[in-house]
Ligand binder design. Structure first.
Ligand code: GCU
Length: 199
């Protein structure tokens, strides 16, 4: 047998959880702010207009199927001429202090800020609290982006190899590689979860 697995194209590992779940600000728990719709370009039925004060906050409850890192994409507008920083906390732990929400062209122009957060399996809180007297920017939504967790690696030695799992060459990942049989149609099969099995 030759190490055919090194010669044939192997499908790239794909993210097991490719879901993006949108959490609208108007459905969050708001402390010192109101739901407004007096500007354009927002998603859903409105956005949160923070009270112009330090300590105004918006909190979402976010459910994750598994523990691990996710990307949080925060849609915001800041029609002033100064930054509107906010602390970002996940499950009560601050993950970013005075995170910058810089000016956008006007209140109708929305921009994205992104951070990475570690979530627990199950229910999590994600809290955005203004840290200056101006309050927070207008907040439209947070997208929880499970793609940002990166690709999941499926080792050949854990799949079904039509051939043998060998280790007689260098630089393989894991404990070996699939040396497929010297035959047309020799296969290597991995079983991966579908996106629909992800929360
Ligand atoms: C303006 C604007 C609001 C914004 C507010 C602010 O009033 O219309 O949408 O929230 O400024 O300074 O935060």
């Amino acid at each position: 047998m030759i190490a055919a697995a090194l010669l044939v194209p192997v499908l790239p590992a794909t993210a097991a959880h490719a879901a993006v779940v949108r959490h609208e600000a108007e459905a969050a728990t708001i402390s010192n702010g109101t739901v407004a719709s007096n500007h354009t370009g927002f998603s859903g039925s409105g956005f949160v207009d923070y009270t112009n004060a330090t300590g105004s906050s918006v909190e979402w409850t976010v459910t994750a199927a598994a523990a691990g890192p996710v990307g949080l994409t925060i849609r915001y507008a800041n029609g002033t001429t100064t930054n509107r920083p906010m602390d970002i906390a996940v499950n009560g732990t601050r993950i970013s202090a005075a995170h910058s929400f810089p000016v956008t062209a006007n209140w109708d122009t929305w921009s994205d800020a992104t951070v990475t957060a570690n979530l627990n399996a199950g229910s999590n809180t994600v809290l955005f609290t203004s840290t200056t007297a101006g309050g927070g920017p207008n907040l439209d939504y947070v997208d929880v982006n499970l793609v940002a967790t990166g690709a999941t690696k499926y080792e050949a030695e854990n799949g079904v190899c039509q051939g043998t799992i060998d280790s007689n060459h260098l630089n393989f990942s894991g404990t070996g590689f699939c040396n497929t049989d010297n035959a047309t149609g020799a296969t290597m099969t991995w079983t991966v979860p579908s996106a629909s099995s992800c929360a």
